[in-house]
Write a protein that binds this ligand. Sequence first.
Ligand SMILES: Nc1ncnc2[nH]cnc12
Ligand SMILES: [Zn+2]
Length: 354
Amino acid sequence: MCRSPLHPFLNKLPKAEHHVHLEGALSVPLLFELASRNNIALPKDDEVFASQETLSSRYKRFTSLDDFLHYYYIGMSVLIHPGDFEALAWDYFQRASADGVHHAEVFFDPQAHTSRGVPYSTILSGFNAARSRAQTELGISTELICCFLRHLPVSDALKTFDDADVQASFADGHIKGIGLDSSELEYPPHLFVELFEKAGRQGLRRTAHCGEEGPASYIASGIELLGIERVDHGRALGDDQDLLRQVAASGTMLTLCPISNVVLKGVSSIKDLPIRKFLDAGVNFSINSDDPVYFGGYILDNYCAVHEAFDLSIAEWTQICRAGIEGSWCGDARKSEMLAALGRVVDEWKEQSV
Ligand SMILES: Nc1ncnc2[nH]cnc12
Ligand SMILES: [Zn+2]
């Protein structure tokens, strides 16, 4: 919670979250509970896993994206059964709802599970059970985005994409689109052209992590070569004025994750993010949590951190929320509902502030 008088307004804003890795919402207590229940041995030679306290305190000292990913992949190794994936996603949906999320488009990393022998159908049935509950019990609409790991061979991504169960989940509409994540710098977008072309031909929406640790040129090649409609992170766009103007003109949305960028040492403080530049140039962006448990902040924490750093106006927050709703991959009817909710929140805030 921030100290700003705007905090209740930020809380009530009807949010759309577009950049959250469900595996990054695995709480430390659930991680230890599942490790014990599923008989998964956490690394004995790493004293970080000695207790929930030592693991939690390690999360506050990440030195880079790869340092974080090391713990992220070990953490998710406790997920085995459909109920494990359901519990993970349900934890996130409840927390997101409390933060004012109306619509969530969530990432997951199938290769990190199938490579351990967990069937794709197990992952999907767990997540879909939580999504149904989120819709009926919390009124949150959700979409799944299937992410491919860039540190693995491209052939592995293509094989996963072509798997019969994965194809079936595309065909039956359970998966809205594909994404690209994991270590960025050594694995530029052009390596994944074939994968993204296949996805495009099948009518899947496309996004990719670009410009998180990589340069602005990765954002340009993500857009030009992979045909992405959104840019996950896109922080480095602030370094290239021409590209920034192009992105603003095209309306391509960035899914910014401010706290993540600070925790993973991409910037030293939120104030160093080019958010003012993006607003002034008319670049569309949403504000998101990325891996909320690992980085110590859900979506509202990210809104608050941005507000504390940039002291945005009501009009600017309204514009950020509107861009997030309009850039969502849900249907027009759902977007209209959220835009109406946004209008009500803004009107109520203005009335009670006069
Ligand atoms: N911030 C991040 N960047 C790249 N890959 C990720 N996977 C989970 N979180 C990630
Ligand atoms: Zn991410």
